[in-house]
Design a protein around this ligand. Structure first.
Ligand code: GDP
Ligand code: GDP
Length: 455
């Protein structure tokens, strides 16, 4: 039997593809209810952007891959907002501004049946300050009769207002032709909007470690988008935050900010929140409190992060409260407490003063890179061959299990499968895990080793 054949289809060695050009980015902006989500669905040709008023559903992405006339581009949807927020005009414009900054062109959506409102005006005046090309979509023009209303939008000074019906698809083709004329071949601002959308971070930790403080510190006062799609306070709210020249998505930040109301609530609900946030994230930042001894709840949250299989960064907050002469011994205590996650990058920070906040992004990047690592099968087996030759498995009952070969079955996080002739001792598996880490890094990611015993 050909073992190698068994592996085909598993092995994915395209991790080393050269960087492709980043497709141009189109930002869709406009006030609530003009039909942005409906139009996005039209453009991307699938029901992927969730249209408002679907209760309990959260849009998990803010950017989508689109194609028209064989040209690829990325659509950035600005999503929802807090309907009850004070100063809604300003917030909508603020949110739109962030999308515009990452975009190569802007599609301004206006409800032609309503005409210009104060909120529309706020968005328009923001757009006038920017140097991005703007295309106007006069939406909800469901039939010819309504086209006259669209024509009024000439007055905006952004050229021809394209009459469209996002619901029926009417006029969308012409609109996209116009959009493509304005889009460059390649994004000029691709750095800020990562391919596949912003990375998703779960910021978790027990009450009072400083999660909201850190979030506020990182987000600053304005560069924040609240994506409250379903418009009910129960649903997860994410925030887009620009850090280190890229957008990141902090998932379920409502759960963090609303903590005050939950302060007396049970551990149980806090755990549910944590689990839900981890579930939607790619990387977890577990926040701990430097001046305090590690609590049972801290340990449990670290364990939840481990069990979730997400990339992991540990952040020790309130370092400003640690005395100079205490620092060294504290580091040692932390090493001891967290020996089982020694592979996770650790940053010491202070949300209060902002000290070391710049260290978070490199740690996140390292962890995510490791999480997505793929070791080519050839390299993996060469490594194992050497390791086994130098340190063979101990003989058990006259038998010595052998490793026939290995493959990385998946990533995010990396999972390896060893094909063996017998069960490997747990100790020997731990030894392999340790050597895998020493050789390939994997800083910030859990790794898993499975076995397939063959005769
Ligand atoms: P958003 O808040 O800007 O994303 O708007 P939505 O896409 O959620 O749409 C708001 C409402 O307008 C929904 O009830 C849509 O069904 C409706 N709508 C969207 N596009 C059209 C359209 O072209 N014609 C009509 N008649 N209704 C539309
Ligand atoms: P959360 O429950 O995890 O969201 O924690 P909060 O952000 O509400 O912070 C809890 C308390 O710790 C507040 O009184 C904060 O002012 C305080 N705090 C947060 N970060 C720091 C820090 O870095 N240093 C100090 N000294 N206090 C902090």
């Amino acid at each position: 039997e050909d073992d190698a054949a068994l592996l085909t289809g598993w092995d994915d060695e395209d991790a080393d593809l050269p960087d492709a050009p980043v497709p141009p980015v189109l930002a869709i902006v406009g006030r609530p209810n003009v039909g942005k989500s409906t139009l996005v669905n039209r453009i991307i040709g699938r029901r992927e952007a969730v249209v408002e008023d679907v209760p309990g559903v959260t849009r998990d992405r803010v950017s989508y891959d689109a194609e028209w006339n064989a040209r690829a581009f990325t659509v950035v949807d600005t999503g929802g907002w807090e309907h009850d927020a004070k100063g809604i005009h300003a917030r909508v414009a603020e949110q739109a501004e962030l999308a515009v900054d990452v975009a190569d062109a802007v599609l301004l959506v206006v409800d032609a049946t309503v005409g210009m409102t104060a909120t529309d005006e706020a968005v328009v005046s923001m757009l006038r300050r920017k140097d991005r090309p703007v295309i106007v979509a006069a939406n909800k023009v469901d039939d010819l009769m309504q086209e006259a209303e669209a024509a009024q939008l000439w007055s905006l000074g952004f050229g021809y207002p394209y009459p469209v019906s996002a619901v029926h698809g009417r006029g969308v083709g012409d609109l996209l032709d116009a959009v493509l004329e304005e889009l460059p071949q390649e994004s000029a601002h691709g750095g800020l909007m990562p391919r596949g959308g912003p990375r998703r971070i779960a910021l978790v930790g027990r009450p009072n470690v400083g999660k909201s403080s850190l979030l506020n510190r990182l987000a600053g006062s304005d560069r924040v988008v609240v994506d409250d799609l379903a418009g009910t306070t129960r649903d997860p709210v994410d925030e887009l935050v620009e850090l280190g020249g890229q957008l990141w998505r902090f998932v379920d930040t409502a759960g963090i900010r609303r903590r005050q109301h939950m302060a007396h609530g049970s551990d149980y609900y806090a755990s549910l929140r944590t689990a839900a946030a981890l579930d939607r994230a790619e990387v977890a930042v577990v926040l701990l409190e430097a001046p305090q001894v590690i609590s049972e709840q801290d340990v449990r949250i670290v364990q939840m992060a481990l069990d979730s299989g997400r990339a992991l960064v540990l952040a020790y907050n309130k370092w400003d409260e640690v005395d100079e002469d205490r620092r060294h011994s504290l580091e040692k205590e932390i090493d001891r407490d967290l020996a089982h996650v020694a592979w996770a990058p650790r940053v010491n920070i202070s949300a209060k003063t902002g000290w070391h906040k710049d260290r978070l992004v490199p740690a996140l990047e390292t962890a995510i890179d490791s999480w997505e690592t793929r070791i080519p099968t050839g390299k993996l087996n060469a490594f194992l061959g050497e390791l086994v030759a130098a340190h063979p498995h101990p003989v058990r009952g006259g038998k010595q299990p052998r490793i026939l070969f290995a493959t990385q079955a998946s990533s995010r996080p990396p999972k390896f499968v060893l094909f063996t002739t017998g069960f490997l001792d747990p100790g020997y598996r731990r030894f392999i895990t340790r050597r895998l880490r020493e050789t390939f890094g994997f800083e910030g990611t859990p790794i898993e080793i499975g076995m397939r015993v063959r005769e």
